[in-house]
Design a protein around this ligand. Structure first.
Ligand SMILES: Cc1cc2nc3c(=O)[nH]c(=O)nc-3n(C[C@H](O)[C@H](O)[C@H](O)COP(=O)(O)OP(=O)(O)OC[C@H]3O[C@@H](n4cnc5c(N)ncnc54)[C@H](O)[C@@H]3O)c2cc1C
Length: 293
């Protein structure tokens, strides 16, 4: 990773004090209505030239209204799910992948809808919204020819949708080998699966594999989590990581890092490799990128 190049990635063009007005072009539920999870694909639009970004960055959304102190609500971050050309190829729109979030008040036990995710999931096409950003440089790939191991849980797939869109816009010579391991509770939660499977059919260097923790079991009868599916593909993951340019990206649920770390240690042991040594090298060279929330 070239840190000087990374520092040039533009951030914070729009701050909470001066956000960009955007229009919700479309909203589509990715999960089956009435199911346990509600994940939506939103496309936001603005005027030409008002906003640009790189794959792996996020935007902030400001929910309307004021908080208990009479101030605007703090922004919530959402990964940009579109490559830099946007959803229509002209850089004036981007997609978000938003899960309707609920939390339980520890004092009362009351289940409370999360403010911003519910605002977004309830929005209607044509609604005007306030957006900030882009933010984040950590998850932005700079070398598309480098081999990539991508590991996602839940809405952690959002930045990787942007990665795969960008790969699809590059020539085969410009893009490296890519293994994406995507875990969710059920098949219904595997957002963008059909699209990714179609991409694999036309890109022999791309492999996408899935883990459905509530529907699949491991050989020893446990729930199949993303780290278990990674173990199944341990030989190819390990071989990809032997390239000195290889990059590893993790995105999704906080806490997923531990399971992935353990799986990579097991894989290394099977392949007669040294995961702690490789992990340190990946960290030192900024080739291990993690975004969990
Ligand atoms: C870099 C980054 C990228 C992200 N990308 C995505 C993405 O692509 N898709 C996605 O769906 N999410 C994403 N998130 C998560 C997202 O930013 C929000 O955290 C999530 O949507 C919940 O926000 P909310 O406003 O709905 O919930 P909130 O209302 O903010 O509730 C969240 C938590 O805040 C606390 N809280 C809220 N109100 C109170 C109160 N009155 N009293 C006490 N505690 C309270 C609770 O602990 C609760 O669990 C991302 C987060 C980060 C940091």
């Amino acid at each position: 990773m070239d840190l000087a190049l990374q520092a040039q990635i533009p951030v914070n063009r729009y701050r909470p004090s001066s956000p960009l007005r955007v229009t919700l072009q479309s909203i589509e539920q990715l999960t089956t209505p009435g199911g346990p999870n509600d994940v939506r694909h939103l496309v936001l639009r603005w005027q030409p030239g008002e906003f640009d970004w790189r794959e792996g960055q996020s935007v902030g959304i400001v929910a309307p209204g004021l908080n208990a102190k009479g101030r605007p609500h703090p922004v919530r971050l959402f990964s940009i799910a579109s490559a830099r050309d946007g959803e229509d190829g002209d850089g004036t729109s981007l997609a978000l992948t938003v899960k309707r979030f609920y939390w339980t008040n520890p004092d009362t036990g009351e289940v409370i809808p999360g403010l911003c995710s519910n605002y977004l999931c309830d929005a209607q096409a044509g609604d005007q919204m306030w957006m900030t950003g882009p933010v984040g440089r950590e998850m932005v790939p700079l070398d598309w020819a480098a081999p990539m191991l991508l590991i996602a849980t839940g809405t952690g797939i959002a930045p990787f949708r942007a990665f795969l869109q960008q790969r699809a816009r590059l020539s085969p010579a410009e893009r490296g080998q890519c293994l994406l391991v995507f875990g969710a509770q059920t098949a219904d939660d595997l957002s963008y699966r059909a699209w990714m499977d179609d991409l694999c059919a036309t890109d022999p260097q791309l492999q996408v594999v899935y883990a459905r923790s509530r529907e699949e079991k491991t050989a020893d009868g446990r729930r199949m989590y993303v780290q278990d599916r990674l173990r199944d593909h341990g030989a190819s993951a390990w071989s990809l990581l032997q390239d000195p340019r290889a990059e590893v990206y993790l995105c999704g649920l906080k806490g997923m890092e531990d399971g992935i770390d353990a799986a990579l240690a097991d894989i290394a042991a099977q392949q007669s490799g040294d995961w702690p040594e490789l992990r340190q090298r990946l960290r030192d060279e900024h080739r291990l990128r993690i975004e969990v929330y």
